[in-house]
Write a protein that binds this ligand. Structure first.
Ligand SMILES: Nc1nc2c(ncn2[C@@H]2O[C@H](COP(=O)(O)OP(=O)(O)OP(=O)(O)O)[C@@H](O)[C@H]2O)c(=O)[nH]1
Ligand SMILES: [Mg+2]
Length: 320
């Protein structure tokens, strides 16, 4: 199997639930059928049910309705072709590549709520970067949850990657400091910092995150080069609210205050896509935030990761 077809089949497997519930439903609704107003309403509910989000759903459906009334389209198959093309076009030449520092090390800060999939996603990124020839180091800044450091260490041992850690209950910013020092001293290419799962409404925890960010930027110019927010795809619309809250907190602005110049979240790692029928959330994220989805997680092992690619994603979503 070629490299590209193996990627497609992996993303395809990861999107199985979305395809079963959403696209297969759309397919049977539309294939070989003539269009009518009732069918167009049904398309709308299915897009909403897959968490495509109201903005994009309404835009797509309004266009379909207008084309139908003007006699430009009359078959369900034309709608399928239209939806696929429109979805692929949602992500223009937006920067989906991982940001790198001009000098070593590049620092990636990983954030997200409890259980979103941060630590697992770190194992995926670490393995991917390692296989691309990078020397990787991990920093266990989740000093909050019992067992969190050990969890990261286990991944480190499996992948042959060192982990910088501190005391359980200690200051996460101090661990970030030590990790940055170690990364510089050891000529590491990429340092990935794990952080505690936290509720975005918990102010003290958000402040901790901004402190880690400040420590990193003081130690290494431009750091953190990438702030990846891990979102749980099964959380649906909740994930969107998290994206907005974290973006503001990282940028260091009050939740209702004006958005400053400081960059917030620079990318999204969308985990657990394999566990949801709501793969359309990728579209909703695009709708409501300007933050690019950079990676998707489609399983629990370090190999279950793909860089997000709209073409592959939409093809997988609509595959037979
Ligand atoms: N199916 C599936 N499960 C995933 C994926 N990513 C993570 N998980 C699972 O989600 C659960 C939580 O993952 P963690 O990586 O521990 O999440 P976390 O955000 O680090 O959690 P805390 O440290 O407690 O905040 C684990 O059971 C993972 O195996 C994914 O892409 N697909
Ligand atoms: Mg964790």
């Amino acid at each position: 199997m070629g490299f590209f077809s193996s990627i497609v089949s992996k993303v395809k497997a990861g999107l199985e639930k979305t395809r079963e519930v959403f696209v297969s439903g759309l397919r049977s609704l539309l294939t070989g059928r003539r269009l009518d107003d009732k069918t167009i309403d049904e398309i709308q509910s299915r897009l909403l049910a897959a968490d495509v989000g109201p903005v994009t759903t309404n835009r797509l459906v309004d266009q379909i309705r207008a084309d139908f009334r003007a006699g430009r389209i009359d078959s369900g198959d034309q709608v399928l072709t239209y939806l696929k093309a429109e979805m692929k076009a949602l992500w223009p030449a937006q920067d989906r590549a991982l940001r790198r520092g001009t000098d070593k090390p590049t620092v990636i800060l990983i954030t997200g709520v409890n259980g979103a999939g941060k630590t697992t996603s770190i194992s995926k990124l670490a393995k991917m970067l390692q296989s691309q020839g990078n020397k990787v180091l991990l920093g266990a800044c989740d000093t909050f949850r019992a067992g969190a450091v050990r969890q990261l260490e286990i991944w480190g041992e499996r992948l042959g990657i060192e982990v910088v850690k501190g005391q359980q209950g200690g200051d996460p910013a101090a661990v970030a400091f030590d990790a940055c020092q170690a990364a510089k001293a050891r000529g590491v290419d990429v340092l990935i910092l794990d952080t505690a799962g936290r509720l975005q409404t918990q102010d003290p925890l958000m402040r901790q995150l901004t402190k880690i960010r400040a420590v990193a930027s003081k130690q290494i110019p431009g750091a953190p080069h990438e702030v990846l927010l891990v979102l749980d795809a099964t959380a649906g619309q909740n994930a969107l609210r998290q994206a907005e809250e974290f973006d503001r907190a990282i940028a260091g602005v009050a939740s209702e205050g004006p958005r400053g110049e400081a960059p917030g979240v620079t990318g999204i790692f969308l985990a657990k896509l394999d566990g949801t029928a709501k793969g359309g959330i990728v579209v909703a994220i695009r709708d409501t935030t300007k933050i690019p989805v950079k990676f998707i997680g489609v399983g629990e092992t370090p190999d279950d990761v793909q860089p997000f690619d709209p073409e592959t994603f939409v093809e997988a979503m609509f595959a037979e």
